[in-house]
Design a protein around this ligand. Structure first.
Ligand code: GCU
Length: 730
């Protein structure tokens, strides 16, 4: 990615010089092998015939007005257009020729003000935008307008994306607004620079150097976010250090906020519930204690003095050892609403996490969040959102949708997805997550009859919630390519696109991303699209087919360990989740078992609770079934399981071949890096298949069916090795 041109003033020769400099930087970058730093904002020259068509439409850039965000618009368009079209496009103050690109808001731009778009723009909101091909003073122009400057920036990125993906820009009439209000990345970054569940190097925030030195890379981070409409970043780990809220660290956070603000990205912080005790020696953090409430109110005032657009607090309370209101005999509502009261005067929100479960012997962890939170429906303050993971356990390769979706009609709820691949092969495996997230978004909760999808719970159209949102646990880090695996970038991209519009098809997302990131070659695009769209199903096949879950090594969660039973807490052990025995396999969550299925609405419960009706991809999630159970294919459960594992391995081998065939189409550096990762992925897939089948075979006592390869090692070897931990990262 390029360096910024931070020129001020009107239409400055400076920016043009900057554009020229940028072009040179670009040229250098294109000639070299590509290290992936530029993400999907590469702006390499388009083919000559395509450029010819665009040139007439993009002959000058007119961004009237002055502000950091308008500067960002100018810089992005100047650099983007120059890169894509292969020569610079001048900035102008007015429309002097055909082909002007006019960008801004009615407030900033007299030209846009003259178009009388107020009504439409008001309907689209400050982040929505309108792009239209119009005539201005007899000249053809493209107008990118919004009520807010961030909307204008999003429109500029949209326009650039049209060109990057070689779509027509001649006769545009586009209106977009984000369907969700909060589109937030949750960074699980620690103050010491490590990242919990991070597989792409160290934290992007250099806390030691801040606030004195702000890494210029933060601008490129913000650009990438804005290009897909991400408008918030929680900077620190949900397992929060109280120090993040100290005066010293707030000054550091302010410096980050200042760097991200021009791109419409607001900062949030994870708040440790016991911070008043740790930072200021209060005797308690009881949310009903007036001193405690006063402390949080003053803390909020202090933060907003420094960061007037601070987003709010994300809170992991009473979960996995974190303190929370229950520590003091209070409940979730007491805790969330007390924090919310401090933030409300400033417009901040509390994002209260629903990832809560106790260490109770004999209970089903999948039922815990609903048990603890559903009774509080309707009691949270208006500036509180409940952040619910996609499924009830923990970002497994596949989970049925969380039963809280649809079950709290009077509570503002946002989805928490995990972009970082904690349970999905870290940054070693190629897994495109848009299809997995689509599966959740499209799940029908049946809360208000058919069509009550999770997407409609989230966007407010089902229950009318005012605050809406989606969060993704970030996969970014200090690695040169940001995400460790080049294809990890696609998940960052996909998260933003889905948070903007939860109905976006994964195929479209993949197609856009590939064209922007790798190649326009139609055969290559088709091949890579196929790999991406199939990848999630394949990973489920070789890790946790048919509804299996949480059978990876404890701690690092990387390779297979279905035998593991060493943790003191039963629900941290794989054996707790698969319940393999001589009779069969799977967790009985029906009335004969934990009855967690009763948390779903009656129509859903009827399907999930019936082993003959449940989609087989969730069979072992809800049912303990015999090894000889007949599956819909006519095969026994055992045979089907074994063949699913094999299919996963076969897929990785086929994907490697397809990828190898693209050498020469994809630049050598990234091609080789991905090939290397795919090699690891094949090794891991084989180990998953072998280890799981050998282990389950000790219960099933059945032979592997025809078509399944003989294991490469013995079960004892797999159990002894833990070969697949993070050390295998290369
Ligand atoms: C998972 C993950 C933890 C994380 C937790 C959470 O359990 O392994 O590292 O802290 O989720 O979401 O809070």
């Amino acid at each position: 990615m390029k360096r910024t041109c931070r020129g001020r003033g009107r239409i400055r020769a400076g920016l043009l010089v900057c554009a020229a400099v940028a072009l040179q930087l670009f040229a250098g970058a294109a000639a070299k092998a590509d290290d992936g730093y530029r993400l999907w904002l590469r702006y390499d020259p388009l083919p000559a015939n395509v450029v010819k068509g665009y040139r007439a439409r993009v002959s000058s850039i007119v961004v009237q007005g002055e502000s950091p965000t308008l500067d960002a618009v100018r810089t992005e368009l100047v650099e983007g257009c120059a890169g894509l079209l292969g020569s610079s496009v001048p900035l102008a103050e007015k429309v002097e020729r055909d082909g002007a690109l006019v960008v801004g808001t009615p407030q900033s731009s007299p030209l846009i003000n003259g178009l009388k778009l107020e009504r439409e723009l008001t309907a689209l909101g400050p982040e929505g935008f309108r792009i239209r091909s119009v005539k201005l003073g007899g000249r053809s122009a493209t107008v990118i307008a919004s009520r807010g400057e961030t909307g204008a920036l999003y429109g500029a990125f949209h326009f650039l994306r049209l060109m990057q993906t070689e779509q027509p820009v001649g006769n545009l009439d586009v209106s977009q607004r984000p369907r969700l209000r909060l589109r937030v990345l949750d960074h699980w970054d620690n103050l010491d620079g490590t990242v919990e569940r991070g597989y792409a190097g160290r934290s992007l925030w250099d806390w030691d150097a801040l606030p004195g030195r702000v890494d210029p890379r933060l601008r490129d981070y913000a650009r990438a976010d804005a290009s897909v409409g991400i408008n918030g970043s929680v900077l620190n780990n949900v397992n929060a250090d109280a120090k993040s809220l100290s005066a010293e660290y707030l000054r550091k956070t302010k410096a980050v906020a200042d760097a991200l603000r021009p791109y419409g990205v607001r900062v949030y912080l994870s708040a440790r519930f016991s911070a008043p005790m740790e930072l200021d020696g209060l005797k308690t953090a009881d949310p009903l204690d007036p001193e405690v409430a006063g402390w949080w109110k003053r803390k909020a005032d202090e933060i907003y003095k420094l960061i007037p657009d601070f987003g709010g607090f994300l809170v992991k309370a009473n979960s996995e050892g974190q303190p929370g209101p229950r520590t003091y005999g209070r409940d979730h509502v007491d805790g969330a609403n007390m924090l919310a009261a401090g933030l409300a005067p400033h417009g901040g929100v509390v994002i209260w996490r629903a990832f809560v479960y106790d260490a109770k012997p004999g209970y089903d962890r999948a039922a815990a969040a609903y048990e603890q939170l559903q009774p509080f429906d309707g009691r949270f303050a208006p500036n509180v959102l409940l952040q619910v993971k996609n499924g009830a356990i923990d970002f497994q390769p596949r989970e049925p949708f969380h039963p809280l979706f649809g079950a709290m009609p009077k509570t503002q709820m946002m989805l928490e997805a995990q972009i970082t691949q904690e349970y999905l092969g870290h940054s070693n495996h190629l897994v495109f997550l848009a299809p997995a997230w689509r599966e959740v978004l499209d799940s029908d909760t049946r809360a208000e009859g058919p069509g009550s999808t999770v997407a409609r719970v989230l966007d407010g159209s089902l229950f009318g919630q005012r605050l809406t949102g989606m969060a993704g646990v970030a996969n970014t880090g200090s690695d040169r390519n940001w995400t460790g695996h080049h294809f990890g970038q696609a998940n960052w991209y996909a998260f933003g696109r889905l948070a903007w519009n939860p109905d976006t098809p994964p195929r479209q997302i993949a197609d856009e991303w590939i064209k922007m990131t790798f190649t326009h070659d139609p055969k290559a695009v088709a091949a890579v699209t196929r790999i991406m769209l199939e990848s999630h199903e394949a990973v489920v096949d070789y890790m946790t087919p048919l509804g299996l879950h949480h059978i990876m090594w404890g701690g690092h969660h990387y390779g297979p360990a279905p035998w593991e039973n060493k943790f003191e807490r039963a629900d941290w052990n794989p054996v707790y989740y698969h319940k393999a025995d001589a009779a069969g396999l799977g967790f009985d969550r029906t009335a004969t078992g934990s009855n967690a299925v009763a948390q779903y609405s009656p129509a859903v419960r009827a399907v999930f609770g019936d082993p003959n009706a449940v989609p087989e991809k969730y069979l072992l999630w809800f049912h303990h079934v015999p090894w000889d159970r007949r599956m819909r294919s006519g095969r026994t459960l055992w045979d089907e399981l074994a063949l699913d594992y094999q299919r996963g391995v076969d897929w990785v081998r086929a994907a490697r071949k397809s990828w190898d065939a693209l050498s020469g189409v994809i630049d050598a550096e990234r091609h080789a890096a991905v090939a290397k990762k795919l090699e690891i992925q094949e090794r891991d897939a084989v180990a998953w298949r072998d280890a799981c089948l050998l282990y389950f075979q000790t219960f099933s006592k059945r032979r592997l069916p025809a078509g399944v390869e003989r294991p490469q090692k013995t079960l004892a070897e797999y159990m002894a090795e833990s070969i697949l931990d993070e050390d295998s990262r290369q």
